[in-house]
Design a protein around this ligand. Structure first.
Ligand code: MG
Length: 159
């Protein structure tokens, strides 16, 4: 395997009123939250898929199946930590990560720094190596109608 590997991850969750919203390991004040088997942290799920993808290790559903009671309601930070163990076992560390969250509401700007810090902590890297960006989709599509939240993640792994 080469010394530099790139990974890309994508995840979507449907939103519903009255559920807790977790993004990037942070609890967000919101009238809607993700429908999920886990805590529904769609940002961490996309990030885990990017990490696994970088080493061609499959995806989050393969490692942490949503049919398993073990993962019911689980804090997605635990999934991220387990994913990081696989990355370290393979002899890699994270160079940097860049995450884009598409969500119509609520406004995520107040939470960006705290998401970056939480993700950096859980990956054992500096906050300057973790980017989290948020965008609406200008009311277009399922994100724009507030029906769901989607996240894109890209990571670089270094040996
Ligand atoms: Mg998911």
């Amino acid at each position: 395997m080469e010394n530099i590997r790139i990974g890309n991850g994508y995840d979507v969750h449907a939103l519903a009123e009255g559920l807790p919203l977790w993004l990037g390991g942070v609890r967000i004040e919101s009238p809607v939250g993700c429908i999920a088997h886990s805590d529904g942290d769609v940002a961490i799920h996309a990030l885990c898929d990017a990490l696994l993808g970088a080493l061609a290790l499959g995806d989050i559903g393969k490692h942490f199946p949503d049919t398993s009671d073990e993962f019911k309601g689980i804090d997605s930070k635990i999934l991220l930590n387990r994913t990081m163990e696989l990355i370290r076992e393979a002899g890699y560390k994270v160079g940097n990560a860049d995450i884009t969250i598409a969500m119509q509401r609520p406004k995520l700007a107040p939470y960006i720094m705290s998401m970056r810090e939480t993700l950096a902590d859980n990956m054992g890297i500096s906050v300057s190596d973790v980017s989290v960006k948020a965008t609406t989709t200008e009311k277009l599509g399922f994100v724009g109608r507030g029906e769901g939240c989607e996240v894109y993640a890209v990571v670089l792994l270094l040996k």
